[in-house]
Design a protein around this ligand. Structure first.
Ligand code: NAD
Length: 356
């Protein structure tokens, strides 16, 4: 297959980690007989410096024309005092909107060899963590009306949370289809005892479930879910939830697996094109020092192969190479433990490539 991938290296450690992920993609292409063509799409603080805007039109066009997009991370202290329209994150929000990315998928899997980094009790960690949070990304309270007004002599702020059936239905389909490829269980999370949006959420997800009789559907209130994720994460396969709840729960779920440097994420809309990135930021404190862990970005590239290009065997080859590298005791600084070999970003990339 021939695929074009838009590459956003970004700021801070972005260029280092994306370079390693591209190296892994090239190794996969050589082994499986594919050709990946890369098109640069500068975005973030570096684009503000070079072009005066965080997402130049040419970068956006390159992303929209590509078969998929791989992103490192954007931002850093250098651009913190920029006016709102020149902040690096603006570029990312604009890109998500322009690509129509309404679903964010974030797997939280604990690598058995990293169980020492898991902050949960050993008996809980021993049951394993392998869940996926499917979060609605462009609706709900984050995209509702926001206002602050003077009422009865004091400030009153209002944020409106709204959901339409079609916004719920399309993300529910993503969750059920993902569960069909996994352990066939969807837990839909809401606050239906209080919120109208949640009651519509629950009703709509229940209707969609009828199209997937092979998948079990459970409903859970968000406060209980926040507890259950730390009490027994092994009960979850696919979690589906709205934007605000998903923002919070996906951070909680990734934190319990150990390191922030290990977790990929994908954002999808209609069609197969997606935006793939690690969940962490640009880590300015370690940028340019060959200290960054590239595994989150490498696993994001694996997700791209699986979800955008339907290359399950190729994605599996990357995931297995990561597992084997960790089993061999090779570690970057963020996941290093006694008795392991400490390596830098470049060496970690090379170790993973050698095992594909
Ligand atoms: P961060 O995730 O960049 O870093 C938090 C801590 O984790 C730091 O100590 C960092 O060194 C470490 N870390 C992160 N990724 C690592 C990796 N791959 N390997 C080893 N250690 C790693 O979060 P922050 O410091 O709050 O944010 C830094 C900048 O990144 C900010 O400008 C923020 O706005 C931006 N940011 C961007 C994105 C994105 O591009 N999607 C996401 C979050 C934050």
């Amino acid at each position: 297959m021939e695929k074009t991938i838009a590459i956003i290296k970004g700021d801070g450690i972005g260029p280092e980690i994306v370079t390693e992920a591209m190296g892994v993609l090239d190794t996969v292409a050589a082994k499986f007989g594919h050709r990946f063509t890369y098109v640069d799409a500068p975005m973030g603080g570096n684009a503000v410096d070079a072009f005066g805007v965080p997402l130049p039109e040419e970068s956006l066009a390159n992303c929209l024309d590509a078969d998929s997009v791989l992103l490192g991370a954007v931002g850093g202290p250098k651009w913190d005092d920029q006016p709102a329209d020149k902040r690096p994150e603006r570029g990312l929000l604009k890109l998500r909107g322009a690509m129509g990315l309404y679903t964010n998928v974030r797997p939280a899997r604990m690598f058995p060899d990293l169980s020492a980094s898991c902050p949960l009790r050993p008996d809980i960690a021993a049951k394993g963590i392998d869940l996926v949070v499917v979060r609605e990304l462009i609706g709900g309270v984050y995209f509702g009306e926001h206002s602050t007004a003077e009422v009865d002599g004091e400030q009153k702020a209002t944020d409106i949370m709204a959901y339409s059936e079609h916004e719920i239905r399309r993300v529910a389909h993503v969750a059920f289809q993902m569960a069909q490829k996994r352990r066939k269980r969807v837990t839909s999370i809401d606050k239906a005892n209080v919120l109208d949006t949640s009651r519509l959420w629950r009703k709509t997800v229940t209707e969609v479930a009828k199209e997937y009789p092979d998948v079990e559907l459970l409903h859970m209130y968000v406060d209980n879910a926040a507890m259950q994720i730390v009490r027994d994460p092994s009960q979850f396969d696919v979690i589906v939830t709205e934007n605000l709840f998903g923002d919070i729960l996906s951070d909680e779920a990734s934190q319990i697996t150990g390191s922030i440097g290990m977790i990929p994420s994908s954002s999808m809309g209609e069609g197969t094109r997606g935006l793939y990135e690690p969940i962490h930021g640009s880590a300015p404190d370690i940028a340019g020092q060959n200290k960054a862990n590239p595994i989150g970005t490498i696993l994001a590239a694996a997700m791209m192969l699986q979800y955008s290009f339907d290359m399950a065997a190729e994605a599996d080859a990357i995931e297995r190479a990561v597992d084997e590298t960790l089993k061999a005791g090779i570690r970057c600084g963020d996941i290093w433990q006694e008795g392991c070999t400490l390596v830098g970003c470049r060496e970690m990339g090379a170790e993973i490539r050698s095992r594909i």
